[in-house]
Design a protein around this ligand. Structure first.
Ligand code: UDP
Length: 480
């Protein structure tokens, strides 16, 4: 760059150290680099080492001299499992141990590739990391929050104080089908069972309730809130959220936003995944040998776990449905490891005939494959958006967090699939798989195709997410 030319703004991006948020925010970092801004991506040492092991994370940014990765400690011992069930431990450690390191880094500026220290012009951090807003306030830096969970769940978090004040929460009895009335915009379909899983504890001192109760205040402290969604999917909820956070940037689906940018630039470089597990590409060969729209893809994401009994119910349901299936069973997702040695003969036979199992798949590629007709998902937000974009109807088996809310929206609001929440029975699995793949297939496909078209249109020039992303970049530039 010409010595005389002023440098572009320098954005620090700090994701929550979990697969879903890291995936989305690495993509956001790439998109921001394409806009000509300089980016430092701050990753915890643990996430960085896993990304380096399984992806080409650094070389993906080779074309951007203004990009760099820096690492920070999450404060946990090296052998800490850092899995989803230990999320609150990770979170507490970040708040306690990482916060002062984060502040030091920002105060002293970052060494950039030109060997000079450069101050940061603004921060983009995961909105759950409220301490980043404290630090931004303390040192006078503008901050944008990103939430990588669904807006429908975030809206429930915003309404938690209202749910408590109204007496709807904690629940007065065990009837989980009782409607919820104090979450504006959802009165006609939301039930107790659709609230985030941790609400079932009925305990106001539950650490999750304590953590998420303040979301509305925390996120509204930022200059703006960046969300991975699009107006046409979530407009009604976004309008509700704007009453608390007026400046929202819905710029999703992020994975496709980036894909479009890469194809505009005529480069496929940078398209590879941000997987923390090694992808088994043999499943693409298997899919290549299947008929169009003949396979249900099954994956419960990077965190969800199941018991051996659940595994068996799912497996029998899938095999008994008579449909072809591609199933991701993460090595750490089934309690106990001995299931592999105890596979009943009828399941082994049915799977050999019609199924394929891998430990981790290139999911975006799988969902875009013509052989895939449906997705049985745990309803993680990335998975839903990836499925919506590809026009694939869903069966939902939510595990935790936003997934209980998302699955209700998939069935009752968007009509894109079936909610299997709170059941795990081979007969129900069999029936739902048949309903999705055979009995109600046309109806689901029609709605899924329509939503997929809207998802594609919003990313074209002049579309809602396209324009919101341009507005975001313009706003960041004012903070130079
Ligand atoms: N994913 C993948 N391969 C798999 C399973 C999942 O690449 O075999 C990716 C998926 O495409 C998504 C992410 O992992 O981007 C999972 O994020 P999500 O929000 O759906 O769920 P989480 O893992 O956070 O529960």
């Amino acid at each position: 760059m010409d010595e005389q030319q002023p440098l572009p703004p320098h954005v620090l991006i700090f994701p929550l150290p979990l697969q879903g948020p890291v995936n989305s925010m690495v993509k956001l970092a790439q998109l921001i680099c394409f806009s000509g801004l300089h980016v430092t991506l701050l990753l915890t040492e643990n996430i960085h080492s896993r990304l380096v092991l399984h992806t080409n994370i650094s070389s993906r940014f080779d074309q951007f001299p203004g990009f760099q990765i820096k690492t920070i400690s999450d404060g946990l011992p090296e052998d800490h499992p850092r899995e989803g069930s230990k999320f609150l431990e990770v979170f507490d450690s970040l708040k306690l141990k990482t916060k002062p390191l984060f502040k030091d880094m920002l105060t002293s500026g970052f060494f950039c590739s030109d060997g000079k220290r450069r101050p940061v012009s603004c921060i983009i951090a995961d909105g759950i990391l409220g301490f980043t807003c404290d630090v931004a306030d303390e040192i006078g830096l503008p901050i944008f929050c990103v939430r990588t969970i669904s807006p429908c769940c975030l809206w429930i978090f915003f309404c938690l104080p209202k749910l408590i004040e109204s007496g709807e929460y904690p629940f007065k009895d065990n009837d989980l089908d009782e409607p919820i009335k104090s979450v504006p915009g959802t009165e006609t379909f939301l039930r107790r069972r659709d609230l985030p899983g941790f609400c079932r504890s009925g305990n106001l001192t539950d650490s999750n309730i304590q953590l998420y109760k303040t979301e509305g205040q925390e996120n509204s402290r930022a200059y703006g809130l960046i969300l991975n969604t699009f107006e046409e999917l979530d407009g009604q909820i976004l309008n509700q959220m704007r009453t608390i956070c007026p400046n929202i940037y819905p710029i999703g689906p992020l994975h496709a936003n980036l894909k479009n940018k890469l194809s505009e630039q005529k480069t496929s470089f940078g398209q590879s995944s941000n997987s923390l597990w090694k992808e088994d590409r043999s499943c693409i060969d298997w899919l290549n040998n299947q008929l169009p729209k003949s396979v249900i893809y099954v994956s419960f994401g990077s965190i969800a776990t199941m018991t051996n009994d659940q595994l068996m119910e799912f497996w029998y349901g899938l095999v008994n449905s008579g449909q072809r299936f591609l199933w991701v069973i993460r090595p750490d997702s089934v309690a106990g490891d001995d299931w592999k040695n105890k596979i009943p003969a009828d399941l082994a036979e049915g799977t050999k005939e019609r199924g394929y199992i891998v430990e981790w798949a290139p999911q975006e590629e799988v969902l875009s494959h013509p052989a895939v007709a449906g997705f049985w998902t745990h309803c993680g937000w990335n998975s839903i958006l990836e499925s919506v974009y590809e026009g694939k109807p869903m069966i939902c088996w939510p595990y935790f967090m936003d997934q209980q809310v998302n699955s209700r929206f998939v069935e009752a609001v968007w009509g894109l699939g079936l909610d299997m929440k709170d059941t795990c029975d081979r007969e129900i699995v069999e029936k739902m798989v048949k309903d999705l793949m055979v009995v109600r297939k046309d109806e689901f496909f029609e709605r899924a195709n329509h939503m997929s078209k809207l998802a594609k249109d919003c990313l074209r020039e002049g579309g809602s997410s396209y324009s919101n992303f341009e507005r975001l970049v313009k706003d960041i530039k004012t903070f130079k």
